[in-house]
Write a protein that binds this ligand. Structure first.
Ligand code: URA
Length: 422
């Protein structure tokens, strides 16, 4: 095969054969096809798209480029959740222990954050002593007992994706449904989970800004998972406003602990419970009352065991930022919009996120949201508390938040479900 021919076929709107797809991804993984040729192919795919058979083959070839894990010999079924990413999305933290309470092992292999969305590992690393890097043997042991593990995805899963995702990031080719779907699903299928529940986000803080695109992405991913023998389903959920009332690493751990103790913001609780129900049911464990485990301490107990198993101290105080500043409402009324993207970006500017891979982040930095969409606020009341170690960052965050919230003097209080479609 020749990379130039393959690029030309896709550029002209043709269909790639399974052999061509296998060859080009294998050659890219091993250096025979360079970044410049793969960038051209990714752009051709971004513009021309791929059909369902091409996308399935592309996903298979991505899986074949790396290691594949297998939890088939565990004594219990496995279920994992993947979210396409959003602002204030800490759901994995309460969800993994909650699902594990019901005899379903949760292998939640996660990543670090880049840009305005936070990474699950960054959040957990604010817990003193907690360790993200586990060997495959440690993962397996922890899946048996206590039953849930949130850790770093090994660098050997879907190796082609590591290179390709970094390349797409700098060539304006991230936002292609077949490329996103195959990138996510290759990693999740290679991870070896039996059941997968997808949380596909839509709205300003998400990859997908329009409901129809989120639905297409969800459908594509469910088809890929099902074709690979993974029981896969998807919820489409709202990411126009931040999830919950905290954005930032330690702040989000604190909020997750409130949920695990039976409290917490209604949207975070709703999504945690819905996803847990779906995972437990699809994994074949029936329809138990999952919400009860948040109230009677079983989920919190599982959390403590899960954190301790990875060296974390569940009783240690969480880090806090040195400086705080309020942002106050400039009008009275009901909040009708709060732009998730801008809140995420402001939190990033306060030090909660990184601009480059390997940047250090501030565990205590971020934003507390005092009033959210659907709630009433009075002129001069605190809307946000900004947290950072460096006071010079306040001004940059305030600039981004200016205009992010719309307060309507005549609107009625209301709050819809975060779940928009299944
Ligand atoms: N997340 C991924 O892992 N891959 C994509 O392509 C987009 C989001």
């Amino acid at each position: 095969f020749d990379a130039v021919d393959i690029i030309r076929i896709k550029r002209d709107g043709g269909t790639l054969s399974p052999d061509q797809i296998d060859w080009v991804l294998d050659a890219y993984t091993h250096g025979g096809v360079g970044d410049e040729q793969m960038a051209a192919l990714a752009m051709a795919i971004r513009i021309r798209g791929m059909g369902p058979r091409e996308t399935r083959q592309w996903t298979r070839a991505m899986i074949a480029s790396g290691e594949r894990m297998d939890f088939g010999t565990l004594s219990k079924p496995t279920a994992d959740k993947h979210s396409t990413g959003g602002v204030g999305d800490k759901i994995t933290l309460p969800l993994a222990p909650l699902v594990a309470v019901f005899g379903v092992a949760v292998p939640q292999l996660s990543g670090r954050g880049l840009g305005h969305t936070g990474g699950t590992l960054d959040k957990l690393e604010s817990i003193p002593g907690w360790r993200a890097d586990l060997t495959n043997e440690e993962i397996r042991t922890q899946l048996e007992e206590p039953g849930a593990v949130i850790c770093a995805a090994g660098t050997d899963l879907a190796r082609a994706d590591k290179k390709l995702y970094a390349l797409r990031d700098i060539t304006a080719t991230v936002d292609s449904i077949p490329l996103i779907a195959s990138s996510i699903m290759a990693k999740k299928i290679a991870e070896g989970t039996g059941t997968l529940v997808l949380d596909v986000k839509v709205g300003s803080g998400a990859f997908m800004k329009r409901l129809a695109d989120a639905q297409e992405l969800a459908r594509t991913m469910v088809e890929l998972g099902t074709a690979a023998g993974v029981r896969t389903s998807a919820l489409i959920t709202d990411m126009s406003a931040p999830l919950g009332r905290t954005v930032g690493n330690a702040l989000e751990v604190r909020e997750s602990l409130e949920v695990l103790a039976g409290g917490g913001p209604p949207d975070v609780v709703e999504l945690t419970v819905e996803l847990a129900r779906e995972m437990v049911f699809r994994a074949g464990q029936g329809e138990p009352d999952v919400a009860a485990a948040l109230h009677d301490g079983r989920a919190l107990d599982m959390w403590r065991r899960m954190i301790s198993a990875q060296g974390g101290d569940p009783d240690a105080p969480l880090p806090t930022a040195r400086e705080r500043q309020y942002v106050r409402a400039t009008k009275s009324g009901v909040i009708t919009e709060m732009d998730a993207l801008r809140v995420g970006y402001a939190s990033w500017r306060l030090g909660a996120g990184r601009a480059y891979k390997g940047d250090t982040i501030q565990a205590g930095a971020g934003i507390e949201i005092h009033k959210t969409v659907g709630e009433a606020i009075v002129d001069g009341e605190p809307l946000f508390t900004l947290h950072t170690d460096d006071p010079e960052r306040f001004e940059r965050a305030v600039d981004v938040l200016d205009g992010a919230t719309i307060i309507d003097g005549n609107a009625a209080r209301s709050r819809g479900s975060v779940i928009l479609d299944r």
